[in-house]
Design a protein around this ligand. Structure first.
Ligand code: SF4
Length: 69
């Protein structure tokens, strides 16, 4: 039976809104990282579960992590 690999929707951080609090990086470090500019970015959209990414979105104090439509 072939293995079906599940893929998350793509997520991104709105750099204009990010305050650099590092909450998302602390909670989902396989998906988010800090840039040299002190803002978060998504470097591996498939690095963790969709649920974990959603939790990071829900915990972001300025709600600047989004799913790409
Ligand atoms: Fe930026 Fe939100 Fe991540 Fe904090 S939780 S670093 S504000 S994207």
């Amino acid at each position: 039976m072939p293995t079906v690999k599940k893929t998350n929707p793509l997520s991104y951080v709105d750099a204009k809104e990010c305050t650099g609090c590092e909450s998302c990086v602390a909670s989902v470090p396989k998906v988010f990282r800090m840039t040299a500019d002190g803002i978060a970015e998504v470097f591996e959209p498939q690095g963790d579960t969709q649920s974990a990414i959603q939790d990071a979105m829900d915990s972001c104090p300025v709600s600047c992590i989004h799913w790409k439509k």
